[in-house]
Design a protein around this ligand. Structure first.
Ligand SMILES: [Zn+2]
Ligand SMILES: [Zn+2]
Length: 85
């Protein structure tokens, strides 16, 4: 009985160790939803592959290009409504 207990302890330790040595999975790309069709879109896409609406525009405040599905300009914090299409 004691041996079974030790054995299960070793197995549990083994799995915990395996969890720690797992290779780090690469971070998923930043995604959002298309402002027109709400389909999933990825950061950096110029147009939505589902409805072909523009996904990127330049910020009126700082002139930098950013994804339209973001609520605010990530560079200066300007709200989306001030973006020129
Ligand atoms: Zn779309
Ligand atoms: Zn900006």
């Amino acid at each position: 009985m004691f041996m079974i207990f030790i054995f299960s302890l070793v197995v549990i330790c083994y799995y915990i160790c395996m969890e720690f040595v797992k290779p780090v999975t690469p971070a998923a790309p930043l995604t959002g939803s298309c402002p027109d069709c709400a389909e999933r879109v990825e950061s950096g896409w110029l147009v939505c592959p589902h409805c072909r609406s523009m996904l990127r525009a330049s910020c009126k405040s700082c002139d930098k290009i950013y994804d339209l599905w973001l609520q605010y300009c990530p560079w200066c914090g300007q709200p989306k409504k001030d973006v020129s299409a």
